[in-house]
Write a protein that binds this ligand. Structure first.
Ligand code: ADP
Ligand code: ZN
Length: 607
């Protein structure tokens, strides 16, 4: 900041000097041209001239004065003036003039030297601290007193917290570890999906250990100009050395750390240089120098192996999506900061939010707070949480879309199809809610939520998912006939086909092809101008793959069709319930499935 001010100050001083020197040159502009002067001489209008080389100061008979310049040294002029009896005055030859004019002629050079000097100084400064030119996204440093995140702010990743707690001990008392000759890792790689709290955890380490925290994102290193990224890495480490013990946190390390030689385009050299610089710097500091590098990624598989070698990022800490209890704890942490009503039970919210990351849960609390504020409530109620959850999972309601009765019925049949088959297929996640209120991109939604946290999915469940996905379209077909089937199932078809493809080519669920890897979406090759997943199969196999995918879809399509035909009475009843209530919940779906009268949802009378 101060440097920027000094910079502005010098720029203005320099412009003032330039302006003034221009003025020096222009102030004595001739205001009368030479021919007018000659004609006035001839007309006897002049009494006095003061000649200095080509410059002539003229005094007229009416005592007005002006300056004119002769285009060349006009020696003849003297005779003319003498003839007209005009007084001629010359100047005392002065040494000073020469000095001044020499000085004047040097001013531009002088100025450019000054400008050059400051420019160089600036580059030097920006290299040292990176604050002026390429500044905006350079490593941010949080001073040790400013990091007020602690382990209490992080929940849902107990193992990860335990993994890093020894780092805290070390940063607090490096001497104790050094004395024992213990080796603390230089680099820790935090692996996990976005929003699980990797940044938060790294910050908490700094907060707990009371050390400065440097943070930069991998994408900040990837610059247009070759060398900038590497220079930034250098600066960052130089800075960190001054403040050791400290933590350097590199978010999205995969932006720079991708395996070398796999990228295309112009940013490629720059990226490699940056990566090399990181490696050099990491090797450059002693094991116990007190600098700990923490990098975060959700794609450890694409990282350059050199980064993962011993002495570099050789320690991995997995930060997974939180489980049920984890989600409850995270919700509690974020609820501490807002005013929550008595009816709110965090564990119930946690149960309804499988797959949510810590960041999603923080967002949920925030959305609920906004919603409560919109209705001027004094605290956030369970209903606010429920509504915000639906909004995050399914998108906002779009009640502005007006549908006529026939369209509503069409959507109701489609969604009921999904719900019924989802209920009756083995191993499928339970139906949580069905709605025909348009939300986000879709006109109706059937929401399935897993009861437990999913760690891996089995073949039965996948096949059930495919059947359920086609059930919407099948309901349309069964009720209205095959020529009335709509394009509304595009997304269902897409998801189902992709599932079937993965089952066949990656997860080994095709009996004919066996458990072999045929494509690898994580690895890509460049074909012509585009990138494709790596494919490991011959031309002969490609046909079998297609057939097996088709078979996988066909079998489950038929299973869904059978279920719907056998339960067509439930299909009609669910459609009626949806038209009446627009959204039906778990308990109502239970009633429908057991062919009982549908109960009214809670609060239905209050509407
Ligand atoms: P990541 O770095 O893994 O992408 P962040 O650490 O940036 O995720 O998380 C973003 C925000 O989400 C955090 O500032 C915090 O408010 C919230 N959050 C994420 N994970 C957790 C967690 N495990 N415990 C508490 N809050 C979390
Ligand atoms: Zn559908």
């Amino acid at each position: 900041m101060v440097k920027n001010l000094i910079f502005c100050f010098f720029i203005s001083v320099i412009s003032i000097i330039i302006f003034c020197s221009l003025k020096l040159y222009t102030v004595n502009n001739a205001n009368v041209n030479y021919s007018t002067f000659l004609s006035e001489v001839n007309k006897n209008k002049i009494i006095k001239t003061h000649i200095n080389g080509k410059k002539i100061e003229v005094t007229k008979k009416d005592m007005t004065q002006y300056i004119t310049y002769s285009p060349f040294y006009d020696f003849n002029l003297l005779n003319v003036l003498l003839e007209k009896k005009i007084i001629i005055i010359g100047d005392v030859p002065e040494l000073k003039n020469i000095f001044i004019s020499t000085f004047m002629s040097w001013i531009p050079n002088f100025l450019s030297m000054i400008v050059w000097f400051f420019f160089m100084k600036l580059i030097q400064i920006s290299n040292e601290e990176g604050t002026l030119f390429f500044s905006k996204n350079k490593a941010k440093m949080l001073h040790k007193n400013k990091v007020n995140t602690t382990f209490l702010d992080v929940a849902g990743c107990k193992e990860a917290k335990e993994d890093v707690s020894e780092i805290v001990e070390y940063l607090k008392e490096p001497q104790r570890f050094q004395k024992l000759g213990g080796k603390i890792p230089k680099g820790i790689l935090m692996v996990g999906p976005p929003g699980t709290g990797k940044t938060l955890l790294a910050k908490a380490i700094a907060g707990e250990a009371h050390v400065p925290f440097f943070t930069i994102s991998g994408s900040d290193f990837v610059e247009m100009f070759v060398g900038v990224g590497a220079a930034r890495v250098r600066n960052m480490f130089e800075n960190a050395r001054k403040y050791a013990p400290c933590i350097i946190f590199i978010d999205e390390i995969d932006a720079v750390g991708r395996e070398r030689g796999t990228s295309v385009g112009s940013s490629h050299d720059e990226r490699e240089q940056t990566l090399n610089q990181i490696l050099v710097e990491m090797d450059g500091f002693e094991v116990n120098a007190g600098i700990i590098l923490i990098a975060a990624t959700n794609r450890p598989d694409v990282l350059d192996p050199a980064l993962l070698r011993p002495g570099r990022f050789d320690r991995q800490v997995v930060v997974p999506l939180p489980d049920l209890i984890g989600r409850e704890e995270i919700l509690k942490i974020h609820m501490r900061k807002v005013s929550v009503a008595n009816d709110v039970v965090p564990i119930i919210i946690a149960r309804g939010t499988p797959g949510f990351s810590g960041a999603d849960l923080a967002n949920l609390v925030n959305e609920a707070a906004l919603l409560a504020a919109r209705y001027n409530k004094i605290s956030i109620t369970m209903l606010d949480f429920e509504k915000s959850k639906d909004k995050i999972i399914m998108g906002s309601e779009r009640r502005s879309i007006i549908m006529n009765e026939h369209q509503k019925e069409f959507i109701a049949y489609h969604e009921s199809g999904h719900a019924i088959v989802g209920r009756l297929m083995p191993g499928h996640d339970p139906v949580h809610k069905v709605t025909i209120i348009p939300r986000g991109q879709s006109l109706g939604i059937t929401l399935f939520l897993p009861t437990n946290d999913i760690f891996s999915i089995n073949r039965q469940k996948l096949e059930s998912q495919i059947a359920t996905l086609y059930a919407g379209r099948l309901a349309e077909e069964i009720i209205y006939g095959s020529d009335k089937v709509s394009t509304g199932s595009f997304n269902d078809i897409k998801i189902a086909t992709n599932l079937a493809r993965k089952m066949v080519t990656q997860w080994g669920f095709s009996d004919k092809l066996g458990p072999l890897l045929y494509t690898d979406v994580g690895k890509t090759v460049i074909l012509g101008k585009s990138r494709r997943p790596v494919q490991y199969f011959s031309d002969k196999t490609i046909q079998i793959i297609d057939e097996e995918i088709k078979l996988m879809v066909d079998i489950n399509y038929q299973r869904a069709k059978k279920i719907l035909n056998e339960n067509i009475d439930i299909l009609h009843a669910m459609k009626d319930a949806l038209i009446k209530y627009e959204t039906i919940n778990l308990l109502q779906i239970d009633d429908l499935m057991s062919r009982k009268p549908v109960r009214e949802p809670e609060g239905w009378n209050l509407r």
